[in-house]
Design a protein around this ligand. Structure first.
Ligand code: AMP
Length: 316
């Protein structure tokens, strides 16, 4: 079992109603890798600039993430994103995006990254996602995430990238935007028509919904009292979801594994939002994950009920 991720490796400046941070370690590939790294061997592919220090790299290394394909570009600057959240923290407002070293990045994958069983094309320019996809021809499980910026500016490339993966993960609003369909179930069906056989709509604090041609499954978000920064929650969800599937070698995507993967995704996202950036996931333990999975099952489980007949209702 092993998993390769390409996506942004970033410095993020973020403001939420609960505080702000300047240039903290972030990026779709980083949030994803730190979550998935609990469950499987993860290889990160992507460039960083000279401003990316040993301390940042160490955060990945201490989680056991493979960084051989994190390329340091001489004279370059690391991807930078600035954003803020209002009281409704389900919606990120982008104030600045600087691709920097991603602008002309040519991925060169090591054999270990190229031959991974699972490939996650994290949120980044879709042509770059496609280049990495074409290098990893042998992957048994492939998935992709994206965002409104790429839907608005590079839709044809994004649609082509989506056609080349089995699992599409998007925010619910972005899924609706991608296929111009306001109803979520219809939007998922329209997205499946583009190629993927599994579509996961991430719904912020409300959890996530999974669609295949045969299965519909919805899971809540874990109900937290302290939510400080949702940045990276979507990638932590994807890291829990795919990290679990790869770690369990569930490449067939059967329903039982998909349902459990949704629980792992939701639980990893719930940890992510408890503190700024990667801070909570960085100090997370396996024991805490197990504990929260059990609590999460209690909170969302009910036995199959008998429907009471009611006072005057006709039966039979
Ligand atoms: P999310 O998991 O959806 O909250 O994603 C948060 C991460 O996405 C942040 O750490 C940002 O660095 C990264 N990000 C924001 N905009 C972009 C973009 N246009 N391309 C790639 N990554 C981005």
């Amino acid at each position: 079992m092993s998993l390769t991720v390409v996506g942004s490796i970033a410095f993020d400046s973020v403001r939420t109603p609960f505080g702000e941070r300047d240039r903290m370690l972030g990026g779709s590939a980083v949030h994803f890798a730190l979550a998935a790294g609990f469950f499987t061997r993860v290889h990160v592919v992507g460039p960083v600039g000279e401003d990316f220090g040993a301390a940042e790299m160490e955060v990945l290394v201490e989680r056991g993430v493979e960084t051989a394909d994190v390329e340091r570009v001489a004279g370059g600057e690391t991807f930078f994103w600035r954003g803020h959240y209002e009281h409704d923290m389900n919606l990120a407002h982008t104030d600045d995006t600087r691709l920097n070293v991603f602008a002309d990045f040519e991925p060169k994958l090591s054999d270990a990254s190229r031959t991974a069983d699972t490939l996650f094309l994290g949120n980044i320019q879709p042509d770059l996602q496609r280049r990495v996809r074409s290098e990893c021809g042998a992957a048994r499980l492939t998935a992709l995430d994206s965002m409104n910026l790429w839907i608005e500016t590079t839709r044809p490339s994004l649609v082509a990238a989506i056609a080349e993966v089995e699992v599409l993960l998007l925010n619910d609003a972005e899924l609706r935007m991608l296929v111009s369909e306001p109803n979520l179930a219809r939007a998922a069906a329209a997205a499946m028509a583009l190629g993927p056989r599994v579509v996961v709509a991430k719904r912020g604090e409300y959890g996530a919904a999974l669609f295949t041609p045969e299965v519909q499954f919805a899971i809540p978000g874990y109900l937290l009292e302290d939510v400080r920064d949702p940045t990276g929650a979507g990638d932590s969800f994807a890291g829990g979801f795919l990290g679990y599937l790869d770690g369990a070698a569930a490449y067939e995507l059967d329903e039982d594994h998909l349902r459990r993967a949704m629980a792992f995704g939701s639980v990893m996202a719930s940890f992510n939002v408890e503190d700024f950036g990667i801070e909570r996931i960085r100090r997370l333990t396996h024991e805490e994950i197990g504990e929260r999975l059990r609590e999460f099952k209690r909170l969302s489980h009910f036995d199959e009920p008998q429907v009471p007949a009611g006072g005057g209702a006709r039966t039979g």
